[in-house]
Design a protein around this ligand. Structure first.
Ligand code: NAP
Ligand code: GCO
Length: 263
């Protein structure tokens, strides 16, 4: 019985922003666990390139082009997906952006852009996927949170506000939809090697040294390190887990850290 708990055969999983980075890693993990994978993005060329990459990994992924911040586009995208692929059993709200600007220099436009994609879009996506989940009496929603759901950092104030809000939105989704046998949880990655963190990860960048020191595992996360947490939260193994943020951070949140030169 135990391994069957993690089997996703017969499930449809929609991963937003799944053309690369953490979304692609998570979608690949869910696909390898048996789910039919659907991804979205806003650039058709990235969707086509990603489809080819997934195919090389043995996964036939369905791709849809819509902006997660545009409610009418989301409604049409979900309608198409549920008509052409099937009802969405698993939603991973992964699409996101970051803007690294000191708050006193940040425009309201930039602040709003981050909030729109990182906080309001997960609400829009969930609102239009959950209706079917309620009617079917089951569903899984996974929101991509962050270390910034718990901690502040210089220049990422809008992102921290969004990801902190996403943690509480996750808990409120669980509060409102748990009664329908829908589990809504978050994954809180530490620092991972993707295009999003590339600017602060290059060798010699002070932040790179800081993170290697601040992380007990003493390395940047590999996106595939998130696959186990995603499969767990997408599967029957987590049917009594709700409103939980599962941090996959190499130990960052467990420690105050250590002096740079200390072993
Ligand atoms: P990434 O490399 O920047 O990828 C983000 C994805 O979201 C891209 O596919 C992007 O598409 C898509 N996207 C952006 N805006 C969109 C929109 N309006 N509609 C649809 N798709 C959109 O980021 P990542 O590092 O993989 O991170 C993925 C998620 O994990 C994000 O929510 C991020 O905040 C979170 N996270 C990342 C880390 C980390 O260390 N990397 C840690 C904690 C949390 P395009 O490429 O076409 O723009
Ligand atoms: C940053 C990083 C982080 C990571 C992640 C950490 O500039 O601090 O981009 O925000 O993306 O969210 O969990």
């Amino acid at each position: 019985m135990s391994l069957e708990l993690f089997d996703l055969k017969g499930k449809v999983a929609l991963v937003t922003g799944g053309t690369h980075g953490l979304g692609m890693a998570i979608a690949t993990g869910l696909g390898n666990a048996g789910a039919k994978i659907v991804i979205n993005d806003i650039f058709q060329d990235k969707l086509e390139a990603a489809k080819t990459e997934y195919k090389k990994a043995g996964l036939d992924v369905a791709v849809y082009n819509f902006d997660v911040t545009n409610e009418s586009a989301v409604m049409e995208g979900i309608r198409q997906i549920e008509s052409e692929v099937g009802p969405v059993d698993i939603l991973v709200n992964n699409a996101g952006i970051i803007k690294r600007i000191p708050l006193e220099e940040m425009s309201v436009e930039d602040f709003s852009a981050v909030i729109n994609i990182d906080l309001i879009a997960p609400f829009i996506m969930a609102k239009h996927v959950v209706k079917g989940m309620i009617s079917r009496g089951h569903g899984k929603i996974i929101n991509m949170c962050s270390m910034m759901s718990e901690l502040g950092r210089y220049t990422v104030g809008a992102y921290a506000a969004a990801k902190g809000g996403l943690k509480m939105l996750t808990r409120n989704m669980a509060t409102e939809w748990g009664r329908h046998n829908i589990q809504i949880n978050g994954i809180g990655p530490g620092y991972f090697a993707t295009s999003q963190t590339e600017p602060i990860r290059v060798d010699g960048h002070p932040f790179n040294d800081f993170i290697l020191n601040r992380t007990p595992a003493a390395k940047w996360g590999d996106p595939d390190d998130l696959q186990g947490a995603a499969i767990f939260l997408a599967s029957n193994a987590s049917n009594f887990v709700n409103g939980h943020i599962l941090y996959v951070d190499g130990g960052i949140l467990a420690t105050i850290g250590k002096p740079i030169n200390e072993k």
